[in-house]
Design a protein around this ligand. Structure first.
Ligand code: AMP
Ligand code: GLY
Length: 423
């Protein structure tokens, strides 16, 4: 198969790395990719949101399968665009339809979907600009802290958690006033769920699914989960509290009803589905859906997958996933994200990266890097995900941190406490 992966982050490097191990993968293309993916296939400088350019690329390289890494092209309807091309009738597309992508693209839509399908989630109200009084009344029925969510895609910044009702009312005014652009024209206000988060991933063909290993990510920039939100500063898999009993509840109460809801709604879905969950006293609640793999979760989940990844994806595209199963490596894998100093605010790009050596059991996934063929330089806030295998979390962390010390670039920063709450 000729496979095209869309995206440029650590997740796409990990996807490409896993695909390249498959005997079914003949030629691998990554658009646009990063310095890491050049070692696995051919980078093509095409933006995943430029559907016409993607279409031309698929034709030119005789692509059999396209794997869409990030959510934005999915929410914008890349599936429908490619499906409408007559000569692409056999093209395998790993990513949902635009309606399926609404699970991530609209918080209001996702909450209504969960309510309709009896999927456990926080109690909520939905309000549009102009309904400030109604929204305030609803806020007063909740206990603090208050959770406000801008409806549309907001690059991970559209969720606010506020301790005080006056702060919440002020933030609501800002959302309605356009702070998040159109994404904030509609707002979900919901009950705060007090628990511990875990992410569960499946690959589905729309009826069957295979369950991937679960993971936990660390979103805040500072140690002890403090400071600004980031795209993710590290992750671990497995997650000790995600016991088989807990995962069984997730399958029965959340995964199966979600797939049934998509099916009943005639919503086509072939691809990854990410369940962001809160474990509240042993019971799972959905905090969010994402219509893709997580980043940096992919950098710990995919290293644990032993099954042939390209074969699994092909089975999803062909609708034969019920015949497949997943073999998982029982080791623990952790990842530590090395970021540019100043991220997630102002930071510089173009700093040369040197890797002294790769130590045993470590894997490097590039996130924000670029190469001119000679040197590799930083090209984003999140620069490199340093993953490592271990017999347990502490062993894996020791190896990842040791590897992190062998990598240098100006103003390198990373959290030294990944997994701190699980030890
Ligand atoms: P989301 O973009 O929906 O994942 O929200 C971002 C983060 O906000 C989540 O990862 C949680 O840490 C937190 N969060 C969102 N909704 C809730 C909730 N109802 N209760 C507690 N925390 C929440
Ligand atoms: N790590 C969170 C996400 O990918 O959305």
């Amino acid at each position: 198969m000729n496979i095209l992966v869309l995206g440029s982050g650590g997740r796409e490097h990990a996807i490409s790395w896993k695909l390249s191990q498959s005997p079914e993968c003949d030629n691998l293309f990554i658009a646009p990719g990063n310095a890491g993916t050049t070692e696995l296939g051919t980078n093509v400088p095409v933006n995943p949101n430029d559907f016409n350019a993607i279409e031309k690329l698929i034709m030119a390289e005789d692509i059999d399968m396209v794997v869409i890494g990030p959510e934005e092209p999915l929410v914008r309807g890349i599936y429908e665009h490619l499906r409408a091309v007559n000569s692409f009738s056999d093209l395998m597309i790993i990513g949902p339809t635009q309606r399926g992508a609404m699970l991530e693209g609209s918080k209001v839509w996702a909450k209504d979907f969960m309510q309709k399908n009896n999927i456990p989630t926080a109690r909520y109200g939905k309000f549009s600009a102009g309904q400030t009084d109604k929204a305030k009344k609803f806020l007063k029925t909740l206990n603090p802290p208050y959770v406000l969510k801008a409806d549309g895609l907001a690059a991970g910044k559209g969720v606010l958690i506020l301790k005080d009702i006056n702060e919440a009312v002020f933030a609501l005014g800002e959302m309605f006033g356009g702070k998040f652009g159109d994404a904030g024209k509609n707002v979900v206000i919901e009950e705060f769920l007090d628990g511990i988060e875990v992410s569960v991933f499946i690959l589905t063909d729309g009826s069957s699914y295979v369950l991937f290993p679960e993971a936990k990510d660390y979103k805040r920039i500072g140690e002890g989960d403090t400071g600004l939100n980031t795209g993710g500063m590290g992750a671990v898999s497995p997650v000790p509290f995600a016991t088989p009993e807990f995962i069984e509840k997730v399958e029965d109460r959340i995964i199966i009803p979600t797939l049934q809801g998509l099916y009943n709604g005639d919503i086509g879905y072939c691809g990854f589905l990410y369940f962001g969950l809160m474990n509240v006293n042993g019971d799972p609640y959905v905090v969010e859906y994402n219509v893709r793999l997580g980043d940096p979760e992919a950098e710990v989940v995919l290293p644990r997958v032993e099954s042939d990844f390209a074969a699994l994806l092909a089975a999803a595209a062909r609708g034969t996933l019920s015949k497949e199963s997943m073999t998982v490596n029982p080791s623990t894998v952790v990842t530590v994200m090395l970021v540019s100093g100043g991220y997630p605010q102002v930071y510089q790009k173009g700093k040369e990266i040197t890797v002294e050596q790769i130590t045993g059991d470590a894997l490097l996934f590039h996130a924000g890097t670029i190469t001119d063929g000679k040197k590799v330089v930083t090209n984003g806030g999140r620069v490199l995900a340093v993953s490592a295998y271990g017999k347990d979390m502490n062993d894996a962390l020791k190896k990842a941190y040791r590897q992190a010390e062998h990598i240098a670039f100006d103003r390198k920063y990373y959290r030294k406490d990944i997994g701190f709450d699980l030890a």
